[in-house]
Design a protein around this ligand. Structure first.
Ligand code: ZN
Length: 190
């Protein structure tokens, strides 16, 4: 398995629309395996292909437990979302160490395809609904800061500018994974 570089805020690929997965082949399976490896190494619970520079509608997820549930999702489509919301802090592996309060629908219904191309429908509640919504946003170039209160969004962008200046001299395209290992605070980064 290969650990991939996680793209940070400021990298244009995070704002691009990912393309529908059409080839459910070995390359896709390898990408998913590497994304799982990358996500786990960064203590994340979700990782979208955009975040490793690949514009495919694919993400990996886990429930955050050591031997818990995890999976890879291709071409997700939101069928329904509850009006009832859940409160909670949310982070993102492309914004290491930053967590902000963000309301999300409590329940969602999603159609998706597995790595063989077989179609499924799932209803998710709570934490996993949050994870999947966050990752589906990534595939459309939407970031969690887009949903934040204005002052939190500004704070997040300021923090990321500072991080870039301090750590990379402005180059956001590649990051060593080591920084992300220590990035987890109270919440789970997605
Ligand atoms: Zn994210």
């Amino acid at each position: 398995m290969t650990r991939l570089d996680i793209r940070l805020f400021g990298d244009p690929v995070l704002r691009q629309q990912a393309r529908t997965v059409t080839d459910f082949d070995d390359r896709l399976a390898t990408l998913a395996r590497n994304m799982h490896e990358t996500m786990a190494a960064a203590s994340g619970v979700g990782l979208a292909a955009n975040q490793v520079g690949v514009l495919k509608r694919l993400f990996t997820w886990s429930d955050g437990e050591d031997d818990g549930l995890r999976g890879a999702v291709a071409n997700p489509r939101l069928l329904d979302a509850s009006e009832e919301v859940q409160e909670g802090d949310e982070g993102c592996l492309s914004f290491p160490g930053l967590f902000y309060p963000l309301d999300r629908p409590l329940r969602v219904q999603v159609a998706w395809q597995d790595l063989s191309g077989d179609g499924h429908e799932v209803e998710l509640e709570g934490f996993l609904a949050r994870v999947w919504l966050h990752e589906m946003d990534h595939l459309d170039g939407v970031l969690f800061i887009d949903h934040l209160a204005r002052h939190d969004r500004k704070a997040a962008m300021r923090a990321m500018r500072q991080l870039r200046d301090e750590e990379t001299g402005g180059d956001t395209r590649t990051r060593p994974g080591s920084l992300l290992l220590g990035s987890r605070r109270d919440g789970d980064a997605l």
